[in-house]
Write a protein of this length. Structure first.
Ligand code: BTN
Length: 312
């Protein structure tokens, strides 16, 4: 806060923005309901104490100029941004629509999992993409989204080295701080739309008992508060780059596979158990050309298609 100690009279603010003192009072009250901390009242003048780290379109849009992300929707509370984005996509919302929520009451994870989404502590973001690709390419896009989160986090704080866990969890110190849920509507040969939903634990200082051993946040990993606004902007810019490269750049798939494996300590040589087809155990042996995880077992190399992979 540059001017946290400056008191400005209602008359001066009214003159500067060309309105009345009573309108300034009304606007101050409105800002307070949005979480902006303003001390004072019409008789004493106003002092800005703290601006909340809200993911408001007015703040985010200027940071995303030149990307596909030009339709930003913000919710204080919603069931799930992925559900909202899937419904909007079905109703014709354009590619590059972004759905951000301060709080989700029914945040969804992969399979039957839920996503704990406490108010204004994490990033809960879903984007609509309409790639001219076959559905078999969706996994590549989902891996690229993990790389985009990795890059964004590193841009903000290069002391942190997130570890990717196939298909697209991000861990730090062995605990998960980000999950990605990619859902699509497709014909056999053509994707109609894909919603990429990204949940990042940013400023949480604690988690419910059932998550305490497995979840962490960037705040817990670094000991400092993070700007959700700056991280969201870095993430969406990075996702835009990955997406453009995947669509237009020769060799983009190889680059995604290579970078994913470089940033993942478990994609190769890690003993895992896989909950798929009755379950099996083995040692990871990298990704195949389509992005599926290979696991070497006693009876040969098996491809993990969608099951949960546990490190043992
Ligand atoms: C997982 O790790 O299982 C995926 C978690 C994905 C959570 C995000 S939060 C934003 C978006 N909305 C949801 O309901 N889920 C995704």
């Amino acid at each position: 806060m540059d001017h946290a100690t400056v008191v400005v009279s209602g008359t001066k603010i009214a003159a500067e923005i060309g309105t009345t003192r009573s309108e300034v009072w009304r606007l101050v009250q409105q800002l307070r309901t949005l979480g902006v901390e303003i001390a004072g009242h019409p008789a004493t003048g106003y002092r800005l104490k703290a601006v909340p780290d809200l993911l408001l379109p007015e703040m985010l849009a200027p940071l995303l100029k030149g990307t596909i992300f030009s339709h930003i929707h913000h919710y204080y509370k919603i069931g799930s941004t992925n559900t909202q984005a899937m419904e909007s996509a079905a109703a014709g919302a354009p590619e590059g629509s972004v759905f951000l929520a301060e709080e989700q009451t029914a945040g969804r994870g992969r399979g039957t999992h839920t996503w704990h989404s406490a108010r204004s502590l994490g990033i809960h973001c879903s984007v609509i993409l309409r790639p001219p690709l076959p559905p078999s390419e969706a996994l590549m896009l989902s891996l690229a989204a993990g790389l985009a989160v990795h890059d964004a986090v590193r841009q903000m704080d290069s002391r942190i080295e997130p570890d990717l866990k196939w298909p697209n969890d991000l861990l730090v110190e062995g605990k998960k701080f980000c999950g990605i849920l990619a859902e699509m509507n497709a014909e056999a040969t053509r994707v109609r739309y894909i919603v990429v939903g990204i949940g990042i634990n940013v400023n949480q200082t604690q988690f419910p008992d059932e998550l305490r051993l497995t979840a962490t946040s960037l705040r817990l990993a670094t000991g400092t508060d993070w700007s959700r606004l700056e991280l969201s902007a870095a993430l969406l810019k990075s996702l835009d780059r990955e997406y453009q490269d995947l669509l237009h750049k020769l060799g983009a798939r190889d680059s995604i596979l290579r970078r994913f494996q470089e940033r993942s300590s478990s994609a190769r040589g890690q003993v895992v158990s896989v909950e798929e087809n009755g379950g099996f155990e083995g040692t990871t042996a990298g990704l195949d050309a389509r992005g599926f995880l290979q696991v070497r077992t006693g009876s040969g190399v098996r491809t993990v298609l969608s099951g949960t992979v546990r490190l043992i």
